[in-house]
Design a protein around this ligand. Structure first.
Ligand code: UT7
Length: 336
């Protein structure tokens, strides 16, 4: 069995900054509520005409990751793309990336695991590398949330939280035994699928049916729905469980964690987990204040920033953890 390491990281966020005050001009909300409940001060939104899409932002992040990995795009053996906001209903963004990067042909697959998408994608990549089937796998998490949110007061409990952006990682076969991904841990609990969901358009909620069933337009399945407090309670429980699971699997304890990068769902969730594990401030990386919740992109964006700032360095034990729609959750334990 081979081992997988992260050889290169990159991120891209649109230039357009949207502050809480900007949102308060569109809906009944305010900076105080958003800051207090979520920690978010601003987020990035794609601006009409700036050319950004979920796939193209992923490509921008990927190009940086590929360069930092010291490989060529032609060395990529597989693309794994995680998103809940693809450019098309089908095909997935993975094939768009293959085309945009001008890779002759290569396998490309999309992962649909929402906020846990990046960890699921890393786990998939890791399996292919471990078995020796592929050497270099490009993993991308990217989201265009702003294109599909309800920016009226009706949608405020969801719309203020989410932002756009992309992060990417090149995973490659590690030459050093013991360095790289030590383990990944994935879970789902579909009985809560609709607690955080966007029901349509889908084959079950196709456009004519949506219009026929909602003549007044009051129950709108094409905007995300979130049972916020229920999701919050499940998140803090599952985050803790799956971090512990990863530590135990590797015979590690909390004091071995050099950096925890939690999915940026809500600053209060990250702070709860930090307090529960009694981690010092410099052992947890948060950037939700600047970008909001970017779902599958949040961990690779945060990991890239932490690495750029020298907060993730060789020899460190890095823990990634996520929870989100599905419900799905997961963790990855990495020796950097
Ligand atoms: O990333 C995937 C996983 N996602 C999560 O983990 C998110 C988990 N949930 C949350 O982060 C929080 O539940 C939210 C941030 C979504 C909401 O915070 P909350 O403290 O649970 O607030 P709430 O939904 O209980 O709403 C409290 C009040 C309500 O008013 P009333 O009924 O008390 O009069 C809402 O209508 O706040 C109101 N409200 C707002 N007020 C101003 C909801 N959204 C807003 C808003 N601005 N944007």
């Amino acid at each position: 069995m081979y081992q997988t390491k992260i050889a290169g990281l990159g991120k891209y966020v649109p230039e357009n900054v949207v502050t809480n005050d900007d949102l308060s001009k569109l809906m009944d909300t305010n900076d105080e509520w958003i800051t207090e409940r979520t920690g978010i001060k601003e987020r990035r939104h794609i601006k009409k005409g700036d050319g950004n899409t979920t796939a193209s932002m992923g490509v921008k992040a990927a190009k940086i990751a590929i360069e930092r990995a010291g490989i060529s795009k032609d060395d990529i053996d597989l693309i794994v793309f995680a998103t809940l906001s693809p450019d098309y209903y089908f095909p997935g963004c993975g094939v768009q990336v293959q085309e945009m990067l001008e890779i002759a042909t290569c396998p490309a697959l999309d992962v649909r695991n929402q906020c846990s998408g990046f960890i699921y994608a890393v786990s998939v990549a890791d399996q292919f590398i471990k078995t020796g089937m592929y050497k270099n796998v490009l993993v991308i998490g990217s989201e265009n949330h702003s294109g599909g949110l309800d920016f009226t007061t009706r949608g405020r409990s969801v719309s203020v939280i989410f932002g756009d952006g992309a992060g990417a990682a090149v995973l490659t076969r590690s030459d050093h035994n013991g360095q790289g991904i030590l383990s990944t841990h994935l879970h789902s609990e579909g009985k809560h699928a609709l607690e955080l969901s966007l029901k349509g358009p889908s084959t079950n909620h196709w456009v004519p049916k949506i219009i026929a069933e909602n003549p007044q337009g009051d129950d709108i399945p094409y905007y995300p729905y979130m049972n916020g407090q229920f999701v919050f309670k499940n998140a803090i429980q599952r985050f803790s469980e799956v971090i512990n699971e990863g530590l135990q699997e590797n015979g590690l304890s909390v004091s071995d964690i050099d950096m925890l990068i939690p999915h940026q769902a809500n600053l209060r969730i990250s702070q709860f987990v930090q307090q529960k594990f009694k981690l010092a401030d410099d052992k947890v990386y948060n950037n939700i204040q600047k970008y909001g919740n970017t779902t599958a992109a949040s961990i690779p964006i945060a990991l890239t920033e932490a690495w750029e700032q020298g907060k993730v360095k060789e020899g460190d034990t890095v823990v990634l953890a996520a929870f989100g729609s599905g419900f799905t959750w997961g963790s990855a334990i990495i020796k950097w």
